[in-house]
Design a protein around this ligand. Structure first.
Ligand code: UT7
Length: 336
């Protein structure tokens, strides 16, 4: 990894979740399950879902407005938008283009989506870091937004118990004071185990050729394989990210992991030897909000007083791909 020419400052963050709450008890109306089964296996009690015409785009716009406001920038100061969704409500136009338009960011700045599933925020941060580091763009808006509730098979109790909807956003900019807020960042992928979590696009053959089988376009997941892979892989990369930051686990104030399963969070906590107050978990109330889960956990953690700013944190995540990543970041005062 080469050093960035220009350091990056995390300038502002925000999040947004829909109002509608679905509890574990509500799910018992759909299939045989129980609050006790779901809570003990996952740590989830409830999740938020979009309703009516609301979608991840609305949540993304709301989160982005909050992040821009906190950053002290104006929409016209943003010179690139990167949206990370596990599965955006539409494949094109890109979610980022819609968000650019709805925020009133003047046209003619690049806006594009990046697909790294639940690792999306960490991947987007690395791309923004590269763009800012190389001096190509100065201020980048990252938006992670997902409406999983429209994509899960609500008959599949193995997946639909897990996911929730939400968005998180981050404005990053060139650090004028020369202090880099990204102390280390690793992103990885292993396509060989891509079938652990997958979602196909619907599609049919051209009517002039033979028909093909209808494509099932819901989320599919081999939950146990994902779990085993993550607990055997991610902690190692968390260690590497801390080492690459030139720190020890004790030097870092908070662990802010992707909120996928409380047992995975606890495995990471154990590895780092952290007390509960250093570990940020809100999966109980939001479930797995995919790419948005890390920024939601971070900003909500600050709002609830569980995270004090002027601190450092290790962010880590994993998702379909399989992708995974970890970053040690500085959380300056006033970012959210
Ligand atoms: O960002 C995406 C990342 N994804 C993840 O992090 C997923 C990681 N994996 C997990 O969280 C867990 O694998 C799950 C919570 C999804 C499932 O827990 P598990 O302990 O791996 O259960 P399982 O899939 O092996 O199923 C055990 C049993 C099965 O019954 P039999 O075959 O043993 O009779 C399932 O049919 O539990 C049954 N089951 C349920 N029972 C009640 C599966 N889902 C449910 C349910 N309620 N919702």
């Amino acid at each position: 990894m080469t050093n960035n020419v220009k350091p990056l400052r995390i300038a502002g963050m925000g999040y947004s979740v829909p109002d509608t709450i679905i509890t574990n008890d509500d799910l018992t109306k759909l299939y045989e399950t129980s609050d006790e089964w779901i809570y003990t296996r996952t740590g989830i009690k409830e999740r938020r879902v979009v309703s009516g015409n609301e979608s991840a785009i609305d949540l993304g716009v709301d989160a982005a407005k909050k992040a821009i406001e906190k950053s002290g920038f104006k929409p016209e100061d943003i010179d690139c938008v990167i949206a990370a969704a596990s599965a955006p409500p539409q494949l094109y136009p890109a979610l980022a283009c819609d968000i650019q338009y709805r925020l009133g960011i003047p046209n003619h700045i690049p806006s594009f989506d990046l697909t790294a599933a639940c690792t999306g925020t960490i991947y987007a941060l690395q791309v923004a870091r590269g763009l800012i580091g190389a001096g190509l763009y100065k201020t980048v808006l990252i938006v992670a937004a997902d409406n999983n509730s429209r994509l899960v098979d609500w008959k599949d109790r193995g997946t639909s118990i897990l996911f929730g909807d939400g968005a998180g956003a981050m404005v990053v900019t060139e650090a004028e004071d020369g202090v880099d807020d990204v102390l280390s960042l690793i992103i990885k992928a292993d396509g060989e185990i891509g079938q652990y979590i997958y979602m196909n696009m619907p599609g049919e053959n051209c009517p002039l050729v033979e028909p093909c089988d209808a494509v099932d376009s819901k989320i599919h997941m081999a939950g146990r394989d994902v779990y085993k892979f993550v607990v055997s892989t991610l902690p190692k990369y968390v260690d590497i990210a801390i080492e690459e930051a030139g720190m020890t686990a004790d030097d870092i104030d908070y662990l802010i992991p992707h909120q996928a399963n409380q047992r995975i969070v606890e495995a990471l906590q154990q590895r780092l030897g952290y007390s509960d107050d250093k570990v940020i978990s809100n999966i109980k109330y939001y479930g797995n909000t995919s790419a948005a889960s890390i920024p939601i956990a971070l900003v909500e953690g600050v709002e609830k007083g569980n995270i004090k700013l002027g601190s450092t944190a290790i962010l880590c995540g994993f998702g379909a791909g399989m992708t995974w990543g970890a970053a040690v970041v500085r959380l300056r005062e006033g970012i959210c």
